[in-house]
Design a protein around this ligand. Sequence first.
Ligand code: GAR
Length: 193
Amino acid sequence: MDKPIRLAILGSGNGTNAQQISEYFAGRTDVVVACIIYNKRDAYIAERAKKLGIESRYFGRADFYENHAVRDYLADKQIDWVILAGFLWLVPQELLQAYPGRIINIHPALLPKYGGKGMYGHHVHEAVVANHETESGITIHIVDEHYDRGTTLFQARCPLTPADTPDTLAEKIHLLEKEHFPRVIDETISGRK
Ligand code: GAR
């Protein structure tokens, strides 16, 4: 049998997407979530990783941008694809080189709208509601050297009503993320997309 595809998930916060992706692939022999990396020491994603029985590790700014620690760790873990699930820093050049076209991000809006530096998580939902948009959604894309600019793999939309708040929109977005992100990862890494 072929060697399984090995994924690393990078996150910064709550980790709901990391958990959903891990649960989706649990029990699969062809795809393995090998590790979860986070860059905020007290991030809840670390708790989730522990409960899931997946190795997790904190790396700070220098580890990403100066001393090659993240690159070396991913190489050591024989990672094939990197998944950004709520990871909020610009991906270092050396990781883009190590994983060309093999880093996938999810963004909680319909890019190219509401993307770019500082546009993440709740900030996105606040801006969408403040602008009285009638729809929002998710964008899953390949990562390049710019924030939120790489090739789009998939988008899904949800309607917004005047009654929506950033919190209710966040709930709608999380449902879309749960429904689509693991599957789109699966299809992309298996070359079915
Ligand atoms: C998700 O909604 C994801 O789309 C967003 O952060 C949230 C992380 O939640 N990502 C970005 O805003 C990237 N620019 P989670 O930690 O519970 O998965």
